[in-house]
Design a protein around this ligand. Structure first.
Ligand SMILES: C[S@@+](CC[C@H](N)C(=O)[O-])C[C@H]1O[C@@H](n2cnc3c(N)ncnc32)[C@H](O)[C@@H]1O
Length: 251
């Protein structure tokens, strides 16, 4: 039953554009595990439209993601996270794995290792000879319920404990940043940190026109940050994370 029919059957509303928040919440409370308010934005007046490369990558990776099997990867994680890792669309893990196959990056950077689901999904399809640098401010072995083991870190993956929101600390990572092909920006989403990362990306003299994936772009706190990005960009939330997935070509 659609939201409109549901509310109509309850004699609560006659026009869906005038639905009150409490009425929407009453519907969502009964049917959705987790929901958050968000905004709808027009795109005709967005000056930073997606480039053809971004459209091609987005379409190819979204399609490929449906054939990716992350069951073996997910076994290292606790049951709830296993479910998320294998959910597609709605979660971004299969999309991350597909993006490795489509972009074939030599150097990948993740901001925010946490329990390791994102980096392990990417590692599962990373081309031979490539490497993931996953950054956090907390070492993986101090994260509760972490799915990572010391042996997961090898010639294909390294964790660095560096605060990339701190310009001085970020400066020490320029050799990696300048050569990166793909970045997964998945840190605090506090309205401040992502702006620091964006300022950092604008300072880096990237050599390879990296693709940068931002998580949670439909959080209200991320809405102005996403809208302010002045590079070709594509919202692919329907083929990524339900909380919002954005791809940017940093040129
Ligand atoms: C949402 S979690 C990352 C989830 C992970 N990417 C995944 O896919 O499972 C956010 C992580 O960002 C880390 N973090 C917060 N601020 C950071 C910073 N300035 N630099 C690097 N990592 C940061 C947090 O410690 C936390 O572990």
């Amino acid at each position: 039953m659609s939201l409109f029919s549901f509310l109509k059957s309850n004699n609560e509303v006659s026009n869906p554009q005038t639905i009150e928040t409490k009425e929407v919440e009453s519907y969502l409370n009964q049917r959705v595990r987790h929901y958050l308010p968000s905004y709808l934005l027009s795109l005709d007046d967005e000056p930073f439209q997606p480039s053809q490369r971004l459209i091609d990558i987005g379409l190819e990776a979204s399609k490929k993601a449906f054939s990716i099997n992350l069951e073996p990867v997910s076994k290292a994680f606790y049951p709830e996270l296993q479910t998320y890792i294998n959910t597609y669309p709605g979660e971004h893990y299969k999309l991350l794995a597909a993006l490795m196959e489509v972009i074939k990056p030599k150097i990948v950077l993740e901001i925010g290792t946490y329990q390791g689901a994102g980096c392990m999904a990417m590692k599962s399809t990373l081309p031979e000879g490539s490497k993931i640098y996953t950054y956090d401010i907390i070492p993986f072995d101090q994260i509760p319920n972490c799915g990572l083991k010391a042996s997961d870190f090898d010639e294909k993956m390294e964790q660095r404990i560096v605060d990339l929101a701190d310009p001085k600390m970020a400066e020490s990572q320029m050799d990696i940043l300048e050569n990166v092909d793909f970045i997964f920006a998945d840190a605090a989403k506090d309205g401040v940190m992502e702006r620091a990362f964006i300022a950092l990306f604008d300072r880096v003299k990237f050599k390879n026109k990296p693709i940068i994936m931002f998580d949670d772009i439909r959080f209200t706190i991320m809405t102005p940050i996403w809208r302010d990005i002045k590079h070709p960009k594509l919202d692919i939330s329907s083929f990524g994370h339900w909380s919002g997935t954005g791809l940017v070509e940093w040129i």
